[in-house]
Design a protein around this ligand. Structure first.
Ligand code: NIG
Ligand code: FE
Length: 424
């Protein structure tokens, strides 16, 4: 299948969007909702936002788009995914139900390495085709930017393939895709017993080559007893730093390895999972401006009971993001709205906190905060219109996605409310 959904043919969103109700947080940190609001879009960017009554005269002649009183949020951002891979791992679901832990499944040859086998067998087109419906599910509920990691190739050739597919998805669907090189995700079978040699390959060959091809926006490591050590993680961070690339970390998911404090020393954009994060880790992240990315889908799927230290993160003022962590093993989740629900229900986030977690803080976790994650002049025109009366409805429904219309990259990319039809 060659998918070209031709974003260029979608209706332009340029003009004045009026009759809008801006959700809390949409206009910035801690800012309340605003009714009778308007957004002016010019050449795909937000030129002005505010109360319609205060619309500057200069804009009054622009074409108008009636928002039908919809509630508006910034375009959603899924800041941690492993969206591109071959196969699936439903068999592990059954193994875990029978009592096996994630570590036991991994040590028995399942886990990440089993997805590596299927990913290596698939060519670029097959990986693209498999990822399309996953991406479409996320886009349909308002996702306008997404991070996609490699890490199921674990060799230069196969990591390249994954990252190239991630870039292609961004182009085909007119969505911001941030690529993260996760070569240090697991030890490939051909390096069994030689993890230091593999880390050398990651640092000296894979990362420099892929960065030179423009395929890497950030670098990540799985720092864990079943992943890589603190020392190996630091080697990868040094290699990233030498290339001027930002880092992030799969940290403290199963145990407290001190990875978050290390990542913070390298100015990490985010530390993700962090169920076992310590007070020292929180202090280091606060100082470095590192975002805490909460992944309730993995917590739920693994039937984890060790909560991330939410109250301490909140008290310290560390920004918290929320993401699907979509992957075939620990989080086969394809709804960011469901993650909102889980972040509130399982992790006790408030609805505005959860909303900031999939907008402003998710943008910060990707280094996109200047252009994404809020409705502000100068940002890319990414916003979602929801025909809902209460913002809590975004987190409330379980297994039902409210209809929405999505302005993505300055175009009406999804029109579940029939706005275009009613304007015609
Ligand atoms: O974020 N923890 C490591 N990486 C993924 C899981 C990947 C897999 O099991 O395939 C995660 O949960
Ligand atoms: Fe992950």
């Amino acid at each position: 299948m060659s998918v070209s959904l031709i974003p260029d043919s979608w209706p332009s969103a340029d003009g004045i969007w009026h009759d809008l109700h801006l959700a809390p947080e949409a206009l910035g940190a801690g800012l309340p909702a605003m009714s009778d609001a308007a957004i002016v879009v010019e050449q795909g960017a937000i030129a002005w936002v505010g109360a319609y009554a205060e619309l500057p005269d200069d804009y009054r002649q622009l074409p108008k788009h009636a928002g039908q009183g919809a509630m508006v949020t910034p375009g959603l951002i899924d800041c941690h995914t492993h969206l591109v891979y071959g196969g699936q791992r439903a068999n592990e679901f059954a193994m875990r139900l029978a009592g096996a832990s994630y570590e036991e499944v991994a040590r028995a040859g399942g886990g990440i390495v089993s997805s590596v086998k299927s990913t290596r067998l698939a060519n670029e087109d097959a990986l693209f085709d498999a990822a399309v419906p996953r991406l479409q599910a996320l886009l349909a509920e308002g996702v306008c930017a997404i991070e996609i990691k490699s890490g199921y190739g674990l060799s230069l050739e196969h990591e390249r393939k994954q990252l190239r597919v991630a870039r292609r998805l961004g182009q085909a669907f007119g969505v911001t895709v941030c690529t993260t090189f996760l070569g240090a995700h697991a030890l490939p079978p051909e390096y069994a017993g030689r993890s230091d040699d593999y880390i050398r390959l990651v640092c000296e060959e894979m990362l420099p080559a892929l960065a030179a091809e423009g395929l890497v926006d950030a670098v990540d490591v799985f720092c864990e007893t079943i992943g890589f050590t603190l020392a190996q993680t630091e080697q990868v961070f040094q290699a990233a730093q030498a290339l001027g690339l930002p880092v992030k970390l799969h940290a403290e998911q199963l145990s407290d390895m001190g990875g978050s404090a290390l990542a913070a020393r390298y100015g990490a954009l985010s530390c993700d999972h962090i169920e076992h994060l310590s007070a020292e880790g929180i202090a280091a992240m606060l100082q470095a401006g590192t975002v805490a990315v909460l992944l309730p889908g993995a917590y739920f799927t693994l039937r984890d009971t060790h909560m991330p230290p939410i109250a301490a993160l909140r008290a310290a003022g560390v920004p918290m993001a929320v993401s699907t962590d979509h992957n075939p093993g620990t989080s086969p989740a394809l709804s960011l709205l469901l993650m909102l629900n889980m972040a509130c229900t399982l992790f006790r986030l408030t609805v505005p906190e959860a909303l900031a977690g999939v907008t402003r803080h998710a943008a910060q976790a990707l280094g996109l905060q200047a252009t994404h994650g809020q409705i502000a002049a100068g940002c890319t025109a990414n916003f979602v219109l929801w025909p809902l009366g209460d913002v809590a409805e975004l987190a409330y429904w379980l297994g039902q996605r409210p209809a929405c219309s999505v302005v993505r990259q300055g175009r009406l990319a999804v029109d579940g409310m029939g706005l275009h039809r009613s304007a015609a």
